[in-house]
Design a protein around this ligand. Structure first.
Ligand SMILES: C[S@@+](CC[C@H](N)C(=O)[O-])C[C@H]1O[C@@H](n2cnc3c(N)ncnc32)[C@H](O)[C@@H]1O
Length: 270
C-alpha cells in the first residue's frame, strides 16, 4: 500500500501535533515502538486495498483527523470530516481534525452528527473508525433484541445510503463484543474497562448494512499486539489473537450498483 502516502501523513501529523489520543493499552507497547510506527500499522491494516485516488470521502467521527489526512495524502479529491464531539470522544483530540483542516483546504469539517448531516453529495468512500457503535449507543446495546433499537440503526443506515455513491466503499472498525477473555473484566490488560454491551460483532453491522445494498468485501481482525512493529502486525492480526485481546475488527463493504440492489427491511433476529 502507498508507503509514500503513509510517510507523508505521519510527517504532517507530527508537524501539526495531532497525535496524543492513543489508549493506555496501545501505549503499553511504547517502550518498543513509537506512535508513528503504531499509526503506520493502523493505516496499513485499515486501508489495505482501498484506492483513494480522485475519490470523495466522508470521515464520520474524524477525531484527531489522521484518517482524513491520510485520505488526502493518498490522492482523495475532497474530504468531509464529521466531528460533533459526541459519544466516544472522551480522551480524543477532537480539535485535531480542525487543526488539520486549517492547513489542508480539501478537508471540510462539519460539527454535526451523521444523523443530522445533510448533503446533496454522494461520497465514494466512507470511513467509520471506532464510531459505528457510538452513533446511537443505547440502540447498539439492544440491537439484537429490541425492534425499536434495530429500527433506529436502520434509519441511520438508510440516511448513510442516501449519502453514498453507487460502488461506494465503507470502512468500519469496532471491537466485537465476542471476546474469549471478557469474563476477566478489568483484569484483562489488553482491554481494561471496556463497556462490552455497546459493541457488536462485524456480522451484525454487515447484516444491517446489507439492507442498504452494501456487500461484505472483507472482514479483517486486529489486536493491540498487532501494533508491536511489523512482526507483531504479521503474527497477531488474526481472529484468534484478536478474540483473546481487544477483539478489533475491520469490516470493508462495497455498495452494489442501484440496478443490482434489493433494498429491504430486516428484523433484529435475522
Ligand atoms: C472513539 S472516537 C473515534 C475517533 C476517530 N475515528 C478515531 O478512530 O480515532 C468516536 C468518535 O465518534 C464521534 N461521534 C459520536 N457520535 C457521532 C455521530 N452521531 N455522528 C458522527 N460522529 C459521532 C465522536 O465525536 C468521536 O470523535
Amino acid at each position: 500500500m502507498g508507503t509514500d502516502a503513509i510517510n507523508q501523513t505521519l510527517g504532517l501529523a507530527q508537524k501539526l501535533n495531532i497525535f496524543g489520543d492513543e489508549s493506555w493499552q496501545e501505549r503499553l507497547v511504547s517502550p518498543l515502538f513509537d506512535t508513528e510506527t503504531r499509526t503506520e500499522i493502523k493505516l496499513e491494516l485499515l486501508f489495505e486495498g482501498i484506492d483513494f485516488t480522485d475519490q470523495t470521502v466522508l470521515d464520520v467521527g474524524a477525531g484527531n483527523g489522521i484518517y482524513s489526512l491520510f485520505a488526502v495524502c493518498a490522492g482523495a479529491d475532497r474530504i468531509v470530516a464529521l466531528e460533533p464531539a459526541g459519544d466516544g470522544s472522551n480522551g480524543i483530540n477532537v480539535n485535531g481534525v480542525r487543526t488539520v483542516a486549517e492547513s489542508v483546504e480539501t478537508i471540510e469539517v462539519v460539527s454535526e452528527p451523521l444523523q443530522n448531516f445533510k448533503s446533496n453529495e454522494q461520497f465514494d468512500i466512507v470511513i467509520m473508525r471506532n464510531v459505528i457503535n457510538h452513533l446511537d449507543e443505547d440502540a447498539t446495546r439492544d440491537l439484537l433484541t429490541d425492534p425499536t433499537a434495530h429500527q433506529r440503526y436502520q434509519d441511520i443506515f438508510g440516511h448513510l445510503g442516501d449519502l453514498t455513491a453507487d460502488d461506494a466503499t465503507i470502512v468500519i472498525t469496532d471491537s466485537s463484543r465476542n471476546n474469549y477473555l471478557r469474563f476477566l473484566g478489568e483484569r484483562n490488560p489488553f482491554i481494561g474497562s471496556r463497556d462490552w454491551p455497546i459493541h457488536q460483532a462485524p456480522e451484525v453491522w454487515a447484516t444491517l448494512l446489507s439492507h442498504q445494498g452494501f456487500a461484505v468485501r472483507d472482514i479483517r481482525w486486529r489486536s493491540t499486539l498487532s501494533l508491536l512493529g511489523p512482526v507483531g502486525k504479521r503474527l497477531f492480526s488474526n481472529r484468534l489473537v484478536s478474540h483473546l485481546t481487544s477483539s478489533n475488527f475491520i469490516l470493508i463493504m462495497d455498495r452494489m450498483r442501484s440496478d443490482d440492489r434489493m433494498i429491504g427491511e430486516s428484523s433484529p433476529d435475522e
